[in-house]
Design a protein around this ligand. Structure first.
Ligand code: C2E
Ligand code: MG
Ligand code: MG
Length: 752
C-alpha cells in the first residue's frame, strides 16, 4: 500500500485493517492513483533533472564554440555597455583585457565601431532584424578592415559580431590589381585576343580583337563564340575551311595550332590557338590573331624578287638557269623532248638610253619584255639576263624551224614602234639560237653558244637571228684573237689614218678632212672601224687607240699647215667616242698637245655623237665648256639618228651638225628624207650652226643639199677617204672635186 494512504488510514481508523470492508475496492483505486501520481512525479523530476544537465552541456558547448570563434561576439545593452563577450581569437581585435565587461564600446580602441554600433542599435531598436556595416581601423599600420553585424537579442540587448575582413579585402584588391594588369596587357598587345570557355562562351576579348576583325559590338554582346566565328568567317577567302578547322580544334581541347587566314580584302592574319589550363585541365581556349599582311607581302615580294627581274617582272637569270638545267637533264632521258634557247639582244639600245634617258630606256625594256611574252607559249620561260639581254627557253619543240619561227615572230613583234613618254622609239633585236640537238652538258654551255650566235647575228647586220653551229666557235675565238691583236696594234704601228675631204658644196673648195681610222692587220689586211670599233669600245681599248688617232691627225694637220697652208684655212675633224669624251683629263691633254705642235685650236673639230653629249648632261656640259675654252670646234656626228630632245643644242657650245648619211642617201630617190634634211638645215640656220652632210654619193644629192642650204659635205661623190699621200694631192690642187689626178707627180716639197 502507498505509504501516504497507509498514514491516512492509520490517522482515520487507528490502524490499517480498521477501515470497513466495503471501502476496500475504493482504497485500492486510491492506492493505484497515488502510485501513478508518484510515478508521474518521479518521471517529471527525472526529466527536469535531465534537461537542466543538457542545458548546461549545450551552454558549455556554445561557450567553447564562441571562445574558439575568430569573430568577436559582444552582448551589449542599448547604451553600448558590454554585458558579455566571446571569441575574437584573431587577436588582431586588440582586445586582450579581461575587464571588458561593464565597459562601454566607445571607451575601447575600436575606431569607428562605437559610433556605428550606436547607429545600428538604434535601428535594431526600431525593429530591424540585422544591421551590417564595415569599418576600418586606419590607426593601425596596415590599415585593417572589419565587418560588423548587429542583431537584437532580448529586450534591451543586442548582439554584435565583429569580423576581421582585412585579408579578404587584401586578396580582393590583389585580384583586382591582377585583373587590371591583365586587361591593360591585353589591350596593349598588337594581337587580337579572344578567350572562350569550354561551353563556347566568350570569356574575354581585347580591343585589338574588335579592331582587327571589325566586329560590331552586338555580335560579341551575347558572348556566343559561334556567332562571332560565323561573322568573321564571312570575311575570309575560305570561310568553310576556317569553320571546319575551328571545329577540329575544339574537338581536341589540348591541341595547340597555328595557321594563316586570308581575307577577301587581301589582309592576312596569323592565327594562334592554345588551351587555357587550370589545375592541369584545359578549361577553355585562347585565340590570338596577328595582322601579318605587311610581313606576308614583304615575304612574297622577297620570294618574287628571288626569281624575277625587278624591272620587267620577267624571270631572272638564276631561275632561267634552273629551268635550263632541268631541260638539259631531261633531254638525256627523253631525247625526243627537244628544247631551244633564244638569246635576244636589243640593237642600238645604248642610243635610246643615252639620248632619251634611263627612264625611257627602262620603259623600253619593260615593253619589250611584255612583247616577248606574247611571242611564246605560257609554258616557255622568258627571262631578262641583265641590261638589254633577254633569254627564252622554248620547251618541247619540234626542231630548229620552230625556234626560227619564234625568232621571226619576235622580229615582227618589235617592228611596231614603242610609244614611250611621248617618244616613238624603234628597236630591233639580234637573236642567237642554241638547240638541244647539240647534246649540252650544262646550262652554261647552252647560254654560251646562244650568245655566240647572237653576236654572229649582230655581226651580220643586226635585226636578224642565227642558229648556232660549231663553226661559230671559230669566229668567237677569232674575235678573241682580234682583241689581243688590237691591244698591240698601236705599239706595233699597225694603225693608220685615212682622210676624207670636206668640201664647200657651193664651189667645191676643200675646207678640211675627216680623219678615219684604219688598221693594217698583218694577216687580215686593211680592217675598217666597223670591224673593230665595237670591240675597242667594249674593251676600253678605244682610249689608247682613239688618242693615237687624235694625236696623229693633229700632228699631220699641223705639218700640212706649216708647209702648204700658211693661212691655216684647212681644218681636221676627228671622231671622239663616248668613252674618250668621258675621260676627265681629255681637255688638259689635248690643250698640251695643241700647244706643243702649234696647231690653232680652231683648226680642230671634234665629232661627238648625240648620245655622248646627252649622257649625264651636267658633266657633259662641263666637259664641253672646257673643250670650247680650248678653242676647238665641236660637231655633232650622225645627227638625227639619236632620240635627242634637241634642247641640248641651245645649251651646249656646238658649232656644226653632221647630217647622217642615212638621210642623205635617200633624199634623191622618192625624196622621203628631203623633209628631214630641210628641217635640220633650217634648225641649224636658226641656231647659227654650220651643216655638214655626210655620205654624198651623187651629183644630184650634192645639188639638192646645196639648194636646201647645206654649206658643207663629204662623201664618195667627192672622194673616198684617202691615205696621207692622196690627201696631199688634194691639198696641192686646192680641191677635192673634180678629183685631181692621183698620178700627177707631187712637187718634191709635197712628199708626205
Ligand atoms: P663617221 O664618223 O660617221 O664616219 C663616216 C663614215 O662614213 C666613214 O666610215 C666613211 O668612210 C663613210 N663614208 C664616207 N663617205 C661615204 C659615202 O659616200 N657613202 C657611204 N656609205 N659611206 C661613206 P668609216 O671610216 O668606216 O668609219 C666608221 C665610223 O667609225 C665613223 O663614223 C666613226 O664613228 C668611227 N671612227 C672612225 N675613225 C675613228 C676614230 O679615229 N676615232 C673614233 N673614236 N671613231 C672613229
Ligand atoms: Mg665622223
Ligand atoms: Mg657620221
Amino acid at each position: 500500500m502507498h505509504s501516504l494512504l497507509a498514514r491516512q488510514l492509520r490517522q482515520g481508523f487507528g490502524s490499517l485493517d480498521a477501515a470497513p470492508e466495503r471501502l476496500r475496492p475504493f482504497l485500492e483505486l486510491v492506492d493505484r492513483a497515488y502510485r501513478e501520481a508518484d510515478e508521474d512525479r518521479r518521471m517529471l523530476e527525472r526529466s527536469l533533472d535531465l534537461s537542466s544537465q543538457e542545458l548546461l552541456a549545450a551552454n558549455a558547448e556554445l561557450a567553447a564554440l564562441l571562445a574558439g570563434f575568430p569573430d568577436l561576439v559582444l552582448r551589449l545593452d542599448y547604451e553600448g555597455r558590454i554585458l558579455d563577450f566571446e571569441g575574437g581569437t584573431e587577436g588582431r581585435m586588440a582586445l586582450q583585457s579581461d575587464d571588458l565587461v561593464g565597459r562601454r564600446v566607445s571607451e575601447l580602441p575600436l575606431g569607428e565601431l562605437a559610433e556605428k554600433v550606436a547607429v545600428a542599435t538604434r535601428k535594431v531598436q526600431g525593429g530591424e532584424r540585422l544591421v551590417t556595416f564595415e569599418y576600418a581601423r586606419a590607426e593601425e599600420a596596415e590599415g585593417r578592415h572589419f565587418e560588423a553585424r548587429v542583431a537584437p537579442l532580448c529586450e534591451g540587448e543586442v548582439l554584435v559580431v565583429v569580423r576581421d575582413i582585412s585579408e579578404r579585402i587584401e586578396s580582393q584588391a590583389e585580384i583586382e590589381r591582377h585583373l587590371s594588369l591583365l586587361r591593360s596587357t591585353l589591350d596593349s598587345t598588337a594581337d587580337g585576343i579572344l578567350a572562350v570557355d569550354r561551353a563556347g562562351r566568350i570569356v574575354v576579348f581585347n580591343r585589338r580583337f574588335v579592331q582587327l576583325w571589325r566586329v560590331p559590338p552586338e555580335v560579341l554582346r551575347p558572348r556566343d563564340d559561334r556567332r562571332a566565328l560565323e561573322y568573321v568567317a564571312a570575311e575570309l577567302q575560305e570561310p568553310q575551311a576556317f569553320l571546319r578547322k575551328v571545329d577540329e580544334i575544339y574537338a581536341h581541347p589540348e591541341a595547340e595550332s597555328r595557321d594563316l587566314l586570308r581575307f577577301k580584302d587581301g589582309r592576312v592574319f596569323e592565327r594562334y590557338s592554345l588551351p587555357q589550363w587550370l589545375d592541369g585541365r584545359p578549361v577553355g581556349r585562347v585565340w590570338s590573331f596577328r595582322d601579318v599582311t605587311v610581313q606576308k607581302r614583304v615575304e612574297e615580294q622577297l620570294l618574287f624578287a628571288a626569281v624575277h627581274d625587278q624591272l620587267t617582272g620577267l624571270h631572272n637569270r638564276p631561275l632561267f638557269v634552273d629551268r635550263l638545267e632541268l631541260a638539259v637533264r631531261r633531254i638525256k632521258r627523253h631525247p625526243e623532248r627537244a628544247f631551244a634557247v633564244l638569246f635576244v639582244d636589243l640593237d642600238r639600245f645604248k642610243v635610246v638610253n643615252d639620248s632619251l634617258g634611263h627612264a625611257v630606256g627602262d620603259e623600253l625594256l619593260v615593253a619589250v619584255g611584255q612583247r616577248l611574252r606574247t611571242c611564246v607559249r605560257p609554258e616557255d620561260t622568258v627571262a631578262r639576263m641583265g641590261g638589254d639581254e633577254f633569254t627564252i627557253l622554248l620547251e618541247e619543240i619540234g626542231g630548229a624551224e620552230d625556234a626560227a619561227l619564234v625568232a621571226g615572230r619576235i622580229h615582227d613583234c618589235l617592228r611596231q614602234p614603242f610609244s614611250l613618254r611621248g617618244f616613238e622609239v624603234f628597236t630591233t633585236a639580234s637573236i642567237g639560237i642554241a638547240l638541244s640537238a647539240l647534246h649540252y652538258g650544262s646550262p652554261d654551255e647552252v647560254l654560251r653558244d646562244a650568245d655566240i650566235a647572237m653576236y654572229q647575228a649582230k655581226a651580220r647586220g643586226k635585226a636578224r637571228h642565227e642558229v648556232f653551229h660549231a663553226g661559230m666557235h671559230d669566229s668567237a675565238v677569232a674575235l678573241l684573237e682580234l682583241e689581243n691583236d688590237l691591244r698591240r696594234a698601236a705599239d706595233l704601228g699597225e694603225l693608220r689614218l685615212h682622210y676624207q675631204p670636206i668640201v664647200a658644196l657651193g664651189d667645191g673648195r676643200l675646207v678640211g678632212f675627216e680623219a678615219l681610222l684604219r688598221w693594217e692587220h698583218p694577216r687580215r689586211g686593211l680592217v675598217y672601224p666597223e670591224h673593230f670599233m665595237t670591240l675597242a669600245e667594249e674593251t676600253g681599248l678605244i682610249l689608247p687607240v682613239g688618242w693615237w688617232a687624235l694625236e696623229e691627225a693633229c700632228r699631220r694637220m699641223a705639218d700640212w699647215q706649216q708647209r702648204f697652208d700658211p693661212q691655216r684655212r684647212l681644218s681636221i675633224s676627228v671622231n671622239l667616242s663616248q668613252r674618250q669624251f668621258a675621260e676627265a683629263g681629255l681637255a688638259a691633254q689635248l690643250g698640251g698637245l695643241l700647244e706643243e705642235i702649234r696647231l690653232p685650236a680652231r683648226c680642230l673639230a671634234l665629232e661627238i655623237t648625240e648620245g655622248a653629249v646627252m649622257k649625264e648632261s651636267e658633266a657633259a656640259s662641263e666637259r664641253l665648256d672646257r673643250l670650247r675654252d680650248l678653242g676647238v670646234r665641236l660637231h655633232v656626228d650622225d645627227f638625227g639618228t639619236g632620240y635627242s630632245s634637241l634642247s641640248y643644242l641651245h645649251r651646249f657650245p656646238i658649232h656644226a651638225l653632221k647630217i647622217d648619211h642615212s638621210f642623205v642617201g635617200r633624199i634623191g630617190a622618192g625624196g622621203e628624207n628631203l623633209e628631214v634634211v630641210r628641217t635640220i638645215t633650217r634648225l641649224a640656220q636658226d641656231l647659227d650652226l654650220e651643216v655638214v652632210a655626210e655620205g654624198i654619193e651623187t651629183a644630184a644629192q650634192r645639188a639638192l643639199l646645196g639648194e636646201l642650204g647645206c654649206q658643207y659635205g663629204q662623201g664618195y661623190h667627192f672622194s673616198e677617204p684617202a691615205d696621207a699621200r692622196g690627201a696631199l694631192i688634194m691639198i696641192a690642187a686646192g680641191r677635192a672635186w673634180p678629183p685631181p689626178s692621183p698620178e700627177a707627180p707631187l712637187p718634191p716639197q709635197l712628199a708626205p
